[in-house]
Write a new protein. Structure first.
Length: 259
């Protein structure tokens, strides 16, 4: 089922018949659908940078290889994070793939397979949280409608004056929650957590905030985020790790998360 879900047809179109080669641009090797080892080699260093450039140029064959590598893996990851059924996970991963093809650009600084893995994992995390939040809003509206209180269409948006993009807020929501299902049972609980994280981000040291926004909000690598803050990658990693641990401890006390 996974291979034929929604965009699966586009992957088949790009890859073609069983023994037909996929022509890759920019000097990448050819791959056949029946040769997984060759396909895997396409996203190993240093070809990953060429593949990203090809995707950015609109090459459907390059995206087909990326799709085949990440779709089933993404479904498994979303299932582990959300504990939801396959239909929900398929929808999340399909949405994440659409986001990926629109966002994968050389300027992101993704240089290795490990960088690409981390970037795509963040895309899947954020997409899953977005789906959970939309579902939570829908259930809240339905509950209000059945009780005769259907007066609000959605929770209030983030304050206009907020200087933080939604990316770091949603990523830190995942990183600071000790509830591994990441599936809040009520819209109020999720909104409280998001608002709490926004407030904490407004209060932290400006340098820490710069690192968080750069790494989690703009999907830049740790090295790139560190360079923008004029520090070493190790120092940047240490600062962000301490911040996340501090937020996780505080969240556990406030929201009574189970360890």
């Amino acid at each position: 089922r996974r291979s034929t879900h929604a965009a699966g047809s586009s992957a088949e179109c790009a890859i073609g018949d069983e023994n037909r080669s996929v022509k890759m641009p920019l000097g990448l090797p050819e791959a056949t659908e029946t040769n997984p080892a060759t396909i895997t080699a396409l996203i190993l260093e240093p070809a990953v940078q060429d593949m990203i450039s090809a995707i950015a140029d609109g090459n459907t064959s390059a995206f087909a290889v990326f799709y085949e590598q990440w779709f089933d893996r993404g479904v498994d990851l979303v299932s582990m994070l959300t504990r939801r059924d396959e239909s929900f996970c398929l929808d999340v991963v399909q949405d994440a793939m659409v986001r990926a093809i629109k966002s994968l650009r050389p300027r992101l600084g993704i240089a290795t397979r490990q960088d690409l893995d981390r970037w795509m994992t963040r895309v899947l995390h954020t997409t899953a949280l977005d789906h959970l939040r939309r579902e939570s809003r829908r259930k809240t509206r339905e509950l209000r409608a059945t009780s005769g209180l259907a007066r609000a269409n959605s929770p209030a948006p983030a304050p206009r004056g907020s200087v933080l993009p939604p990316g770091p807020t949603m990523q830190l929501l995942s990183l600071t929650s000790t509830d591994q299902s990441m599936a809040p049972t009520a819209s109020l609980e999720l909104d409280e957590r998001i608002n709490w994280i926004r407030q904490r981000l407004e209060e932290i040291d400006s340098l820490d905030r710069q690192l968080v926004v750069s790494h989690y909000g703009h999907a830049r690598t740790v090295a790139s985020a560190a360079a923008s803050a004029d520090m070493t990658p190790g120092a940047a990693t240490g600062r962000m790790t301490r911040l996340i641990n501090k937020l996780r401890t505080a969240a556990k006390e406030i929201f009574h998360d189970e360890s």
